[in-house]
Design a protein around this ligand. Sequence first.
Ligand SMILES: *[C@@H]1O[C@H](CO)[C@@H](O)[C@H](O)[C@H]1NC(C)=O
Ligand SMILES: *[C@@H]1O[C@H](CO)[C@@H](O)[C@H](O)[C@H]1NC(C)=O
Ligand SMILES: *[C@@H]1O[C@H](CO)[C@@H](O)[C@H](O)[C@H]1NC(C)=O
Length: 188
Amino acid sequence: MSSFRTLGLASQALLVLSMFVRASVAIMSGTCTCSLNPTTTIVLYIQAILFTGSNSNYTEYPVAGIQGTEYSITQFATFYVFDDPVTISSSPTSTMVGRYRGIFAVASLDGKVLYLSATIQFTGGQYANSTINIEGLASTVVNMPMQLSIDGGTNAFNNAIGNVTLETISSIGPNIVLKATINTRNAI
Ligand SMILES: *[C@@H]1O[C@H](CO)[C@@H](O)[C@H](O)[C@H]1NC(C)=O
Ligand SMILES: *[C@@H]1O[C@H](CO)[C@@H](O)[C@H](O)[C@H]1NC(C)=O
Ligand SMILES: *[C@@H]1O[C@H](CO)[C@@H](O)[C@H](O)[C@H]1NC(C)=O
C-alpha cells in the first residue's frame, strides 16, 4: 500500500518534470506555434476506405456490433476503429500531412447518427508534431455536413477550442473523401 503511494508520488513528480522539460524544449527550439489567435481556418482532406467484407485496403474497420446484424455505418451499435490518411488536397495521392485516428459508434437507433472521438496527428507540414482532438455527433447520411467540436490538442493546438465541418466530397465504392474545415484557436 505505502509502496503504491510512493510509486504514485514518484510518477507524478516524473510527469510534472517531463511536462516542464517538454515545455522548455518547445520554447527553446521554437517548435510551438502557441498563438492561433484569432481563429485560424485549416482545410484538409481525409481519405477513408471502409471495410466491405472482402477488401484488404481498408482504413475504417467495424470491430463489434449487435450479434446477428451486418456491421455497417448505418447499423445501430456498430463500433468502428479508423486510421485514415490526411492529405492537402482531395486527391488520395496528394501530400499526406497526418493521420485521422479514432473510434466511432453508430449511436442512434435509426442508424443516422454516430458518436465520434478522434485525433488528427500531424506528421508533416507547418503543424508537424501537433495533434488536435475532435469529438461529437455526426451524420451517417452522405452529403449532410457533419459538425464536430474541438476539445483540445497539443503543441500548435495546445488548449485548442473550435469546430470542424466534415463534408463528403466523393464516395465511390468503399473510398470516401471528406473535406475537413477546421476553425480553431488556443483558448489560453
Ligand atoms: C517535429 O519533430 C521533429 C523531431 O523532433 C523535428 O525535427 C521537427 O523540426 C519538428 N517539426 C516541427 C514543425 O515542429
Ligand atoms: C480498395 O479496394 C477496393 C476493392 O477491393 C477498390 O474498389 C478500391 O478502389 C481500392 N481503393 C484504393 C484506394 O486502392
Ligand atoms: C465554427 O467556428 C467559427 C469560428 O469561430 C464560427 O464562426 C462558426 O459559427 C462555428 N460554426 C459552428 C457550426 O459552430
